[in-house]
Design a protein around this ligand. Structure first.
Ligand code: HEC
Length: 146
């Protein structure tokens, strides 16, 4: 049971890293990208809270996942993918697409900045996560349905 849970978690992480198979819908794709980002933020959060010891490789991997996935994310909203598959995408994504892309770009820049000067201890991870987390909230407030 425990192994299955770990295997499932690993499968989700792999989706985040490698993208997805051709049959997957744009909705499934973008949700998988966000799940990867959520997992990465969770890994950083565990270090920031002291639940996990600081580990440079974990921090680098998490920031890289956020950067890679958020750059691919805005292209997963073709016409026709506005509804279905329990999507939480708000109509504003299509109505104000330039603003939506700008929000994604802000998180991409913030994660790239953090990567460039890799947070070196627990406190630095916490500070970086605070910056990144602000971008999550802003975009979710404006472009994700509750
Ligand atoms: C540019 C806008 C944007 C940014 C920035 C953003 N998100 Fe999202 N996020 C969305 C949208 C839109 C959805 C809903 C996608 C859907 O259901 O089609 C979503 C969904 C999610 C989900 C649910 C995925 C699922 O379906 O299971 C998680 C978890 C998540 N985001 C975490 C984060 C975290 C953590 C960050 C910051 C590190 C972040 N997001 C930054 C727009 C954004």
């Amino acid at each position: 049971m425990k192994f299955q849970t770990i295997a499932a978690a690993a499968a989700i992480l792999c989706l985040g890293f490698t993208g997805v198979t051709a049959q997957e819908t744009p909705i499934a794709k973008r949700q998988a990208l966000m799940k990867g980002i959520g997992g990465a933020a969770g890994a950083l959060g565990a270090i920031a809270k002291g639940e996990k010891p600081y580990d440079q490789a974990t921090v680098r991997t998490a920031l890289t996942t956020i950067s890679t996935n958020i750059k691919a994310f805005p292209d997963q909203f073709p016409a026709g993918s506005e509804t279905g598959d329990k999507t939480k995408a708000a109509p504003a994504i299509w109505e104000k697409n330039a603003d939506f892309r700008a929000e994604a770009q802000k998180l991409a820049s913030a994660s790239d900045t953090a990567l460039a000067s890799l947070p070196a201890d627990q406190a630095a991870v916490g500070a970086a996560l605070k910056t990144l987390g602000g971008e999550c909230s802003t975009c979710h407030q404006n472009f994700r349905l509750r």
